[in-house]
Ligand binder design. Structure first.
Ligand code: OGA
Ligand code: MN
Length: 207
């Protein structure tokens, strides 16, 4: 069930994706839900549940801190009210993108990510060579009162050759077409928390 029918915010994101392939909503999530998710991320980190993120897939999968230094844990439905609220919101966005852009997005996967001070993620595309189901990336930031001079920007490389730096300010959401925008996470001087996710299309079924 869609709990957010006709939400102008979700429609804005769809319009931005149609026009330029990416969207930044600097006031997307309430301070209350953002804080609950940040608390949950820190609690999971303290309980030792976040694991070093890996790069690649299948046999090529490996932890490479020279490429990415974040620690992550995947979200599952039913883990906490805050997470379920976020998943419901992302499902509403998925339905809006399907309705207005016919993207055929089938599901959403996401993980908490914690970058310790100094950690980064080198320039990459959110798509595996052997699996192109990830279609739209969505990153929600969980850091209260982030200042640009603290670093930690998401640097998005645009088609015209320019780049856009987005500060990971709590409550803001950035959405972009996964296969079209190389991007990187710059190192920060403080801990950097986010919820990073991907809307996926259906994989090709065998005949
Ligand atoms: C990723 C990623 C961006 C960010 O996890 O693939 O690019 O701003 N994250 O955290
Ligand atoms: Mn990425």
């Amino acid at each position: 069930m869609n709990q957010y029918p006709d939400s102008p915010l979700l429609q804005h994101i769809a319009d931005d994706l149609a026009e330029q392939g990416w969207s930044l909503q600097s006031v997307f999530l309430s301070a209350e839900l953002t804080e609950a998710l940040a608390d949950e991320c820190r609690a999971r980190a303290q309980a030792g549940q976040l694991a070093a993120a890996s790069v690649g897939r299948g046999e090529g999968q490996a932890v490479r801190e020279g490429i990415r230094g974040d620690r992550i844990q995947w979200l599952e439905p039913g883990q906490s009210p805050a997470c379920d609220r976020y998943l419901a919101l992302m499902d509403a966005l998925r339905q809006e993108l399907n309705r207005s852009l016919y993207l055929g997005l089938e599901d959403f996967e996401c993980h908490f990510a914690l970058y310790p001070p100094g950690a980064f993620y080198q320039k990459h595309l959110d798509r595996f060579r052997d699996d192109d189901r990830r279609s739209v990336s969505a990153v929600l930031y969980l850091n209260p009162s982030w200042l640009p001079q603290q670093g930690g920007a998401l640097r998005l490389y645009l088609a015209d050759g320019s780049a856009r730096d987005i500060a990971p300010l709590g409550g803001s959401l950035v959405v972009f077409l996964s296969g079209e925008f190389p991007h990187e996470v710059l190192p920060a001087e403080r801990e950097r928390l986010s919820l990073t996710g991907w809307f996926r299309r259906r994989g090709d079924a065998p005949l």
